[in-house]
Structures are given as structure tokens and as C-alpha cells.
Design a protein around this ligand. Structure first.
Ligand SMILES: [Zn+2]
Length: 396
């Protein structure tokens, strides 16, 4: 009998394990993944509660340490601590950066009215899509690669922040520094739509505060001495609405207004908070200039504007496209078609893409209702997403 050479050293990882085997590996661990996600969701972590977020990050750190990662906290006094986990790899390549956040928009106690539950092939719960399932995908993809190759085929850095939902002020510098040392950034934010498109373009985001000062007066006795800040603000809001240019992907939304003290007093103060979204990099400076050059209609009123475009748009650069092409090829090997989308919301991927580091966003869970009562993920998509992530870590 001819002896087959079954114990020869493994081939290159590209051919030793067919794609279907990889997918199967995750399919077998689907319930475990759901379990991990459930445990993450059940540790509530609203951005504004450091204590709660730290509890969640400690749990996540332990999970990564358990699979051999070197976990290190970047302490923050105001927000929760940020978590960096480094994994060494077989090669000396630059690491690939897996980026995400564990903070959510849901206040402590939300679980009481919005419990984490499974049914109809879905898992519901606060932050399940945005983005606790993304954290679980990181864990399982790293673990899988270790089990397929004995050790990770290349270095991987995981960075999870505590303040993404409130603008990432305290984590941004670290995110950018880590991205600069990495060959690519894979962002595990939720995917887009029911088919789980990845995000190859994101709008930039800004927030401005417009403060109007007028002159208070009794509306009955001294009407003509008053200069209404509310009236002035109303005119400014219309002027701001005229800056919207949908074709350009430029939108401004006055989402909050306040002003006045009493119904019979001409308002001395009024403010508006403006959400700005831009599709093109160069619109950041342009819209900033236009907002700062607003002039009062009533010269006896004063305007004060503060704020900035905080996240630049993630443009569909060639680096982004090449990552997307790699991801599509991996999905095809697994028997499904990956699509891409341009979205209005920003993420920390905007920072890294803004530095010119190839970034692919929306690699996380598939579902709907981020930030809403019906937030859920589709359980059957988890193995596909994990296999996609593992494949990308190997090939970028
Ligand atoms: Zn998110």
C-alpha cells in the first residue's frame, strides 16, 4: 500500500484550509458567539458612565487576555478606559488594526425595558448591533486564526474605545497613533442594510453652537426697547437651512433650540445646536467659514458661533477600494456576495481614513435599529462575518 504523505508540514495558509472549512468552523461556534454577545450586552456601558463602561472593558480585556492578547488600558478620567490588545504574529509585518468601541447610547437600566433576548433567528438588546457583536467577531476571528495556524499568521492590534458615541475626544489621538503603525484598519461597526454591506464612504460630522444675544425688555411696557434673540435666531435658522446642498452631500440640521425666560419678556438669549454632515473633505473648511461669517439681521443682536467639523469624511480612496475588493473576494469564496455602501454617519474609521490609512468599515454584525428600541442582529450572519474578518486579517 502506498503511504500517503499526510503529515507533511502545512501548506501556505491560502490553500491548506478551503474557505468552506473556515465558514464551517464558525458555524459550529455560532451558539458560543451568541452567548459571548449576550454577556457583553448584559454589561451595560453608556458612554457617560465611567464606572459602567470600565466594568464592560474589564470583561472584554479578560476575554482577549484569555486567548493570548497583551491587554493594556489607556486610562481616562472623564470617560471609560480605552483598551488596547496586542497579539504577536508569525511574521514581522505591521499589525492590522481592529477598531471599535464598547460604549453605547443607552442609559443604565435600559436592559429592564429592552432585555437581551433571542427569537426568530435574531438577538435583540441595547448595543447588540452597535457594536457588541463586533467585539465578539474580533474575539472569534483571532481565536480561529490561532487554531488554524497554531499562532496568528501576522500581528494584530485591537483597539476599543469608550467614547465613540460621544465624539471620541479622549480616544482620538490614540486611535490615530495606532492607525499610523498599522497596515490597514478594519472597523467592526455595524454593517449597512439587511445584506450587511460594508461602508466604503462615510460622511464627515460636525457640531456647532450658535448663540444669539439680544436685549431684554418688558413686552408690554417697553416693546420697542427690546431686541429679540429668538426672532434673530429664527432668521439665522432659515439662513442655515439654505446652506444645505443635497447633491453635494452637505446637510445642516438645527436639532436643538432654546431661548427666552418668560412669555412676557423679549428674549435676551437664544441658542441653536447644529449638526453638520459633509461628504467631501474640502467642505469642512468651507462650511466652517460660512457658519463663522453669519451676520446678524438685527444689528443690535450679537452672534457667537463655536464648534467644528470633528470627523472628516471617509472618502472612497484607492486604499479603501482595494480593501473592499479583497473583502469581496473572500466573501465570494465563502459563497456570498458582499456589497458596499456610502453612509451619513461617522465613526472612528473616519479618523484613520483621514490619515490615508486603508480603512474598511461596517465589518461588524448584520441587523437593524442601532440606537433604537428594536436594535437586533441576525444570528445566521455571524459565521459569515467572522469568516470574512478572519480572511481579511490573513490577507491585508
Ligand atoms: Zn458604533
Amino acid at each position: 500500500m502506498t503511504k500517503k504523505n499526510t503529515n507533511k508540514p502545512s501548506h501556505s495558509h491560502k490553500t491548506s484550509r478551503p474557505a468552506q472549512t473556515h465558514l464551517h468552523f464558525f458555524e459550529q461556534r455560532r451558539d458560543q458567539m451568541v452567548d459571548t454577545i449576550r454577556r457583553l450586552v448584559e454589561i451595560e456601558s453608556p458612554s457617560d458612565n465611567k464606572h459602567a463602561v470600565d466594568r464592560c472593558s474589564a470583561f472584554v480585556a479578560e476575554e482577549f487576555a484569555a486567548i493570548g492578547g497583551r491587554a493594556e488600558f489607556h486610562r481616562s478620567t472623564e470617560y471609560g478606559n480605552h483598551l488596547q490588545v496586542d497579539f504577536v504574529g508569525e511574521t514581522q509585518q505591521k499589525p492590522v488594526l481592529l477598531l471599535g468601541h464598547y460604549d453605547t447610547v443607552y442609559p443604565l437600566g435600559t436592559l429592564a425595558s429592552m432585555p437581551c433576548r433571542a427569537g426568530n433567528g435574531r438577538l435583540w438588546g441595547p448595543g447588540v448591533l452597535d457594536m457588541k457583536s463586533g467585539i465578539a467577531l474580533m474575539l472569534y476571528a483571532v481565536q480561529a486564526l490561532q487554531s488554524w495556524h497554531g499562532r496568528l499568521p501576522r500581528p494584530v492590534t485591537v483597539f476599543l474605545v469608550s467614547d465613540e458615541e460621544v465624539g471620541s475626544q479622549s480616544s482620538r489621538q490614540i486611535t490615530e497613533a495606532l492607525a499610523k503603525q498599522s497596515s490597514a484598519v478594519l472597523v467592526l461597526e455595524p454593517s449597512y442594510g439587511p445584506k450587511g454591506a460594508v461602508k466604503t464612504a462615510r460622511k464627515g460630522v460636525g457640531e456647532y453652537l450658535l448663540k444669539v444675544s439680544g436685549v431684554a425688555a418688558h413686552s408690554g411696557l417697553d416693546f420697542e426697547k427690546g431686541q429679540s434673540a429668538i426672532l434673530e435666531l429664527s432668521k439665522q435658522i432659515i439662513a442655515i437651512a439654505k446652506m444645505v446642498d443635497l447633491k453635494r452631500g452637505l446637510t445642516l440640521n438645527v436639532g436643538l433650540i432654546s431661548g427666552g425666560t418668560r412669555v412676557n419678556v423679549i428674549a435676551a438669549e437664544a441658542t441653536a445646536t447644529i449638526d453638520v454632515r459633509i461628504a467631501r473633505m474640502k467642505d469642512a473648511a468651507e462650511i466652517d467659514k460660512r457658519l463663522r461669517s453669519l451676520k446678524p439681521f438685527n444689528r443690535k443682536c450679537k452672534l457667537e458661533i463655536s464648534g467644528e467639523v470633528n470627523r472628516l469624511p471617509m472618502e472612497r480612496t484607492s486604499g479603501v477600494v482595494s480593501l473592499y475588493n479583497k473583502a469581496s473576494a473572500i466573501a465570494r469564496q465563502h459563497g456570498w456576495r458582499l456589497t458596499e455602501a456610502a453612509v451619513g454617519g461617522g465613526s472612528d474609521g473616519n479618523f484613520t481614513a483621514g490619515l490615508g490609512i486603508p480603512t474598511l468599515d461596517g465589518l461588524g454584525g448584520v441587523g437593524d435599529g442601532a440606537h433604537a428600541q428594536h436594535e437586533f442582529i441576525t444570528i445566521s450572519e455571524l459565521p459569515k462575518r467572522a469568516a470574512l474578518l478572519a480572511g481579511l486579517i490573513e490577507s491585508v
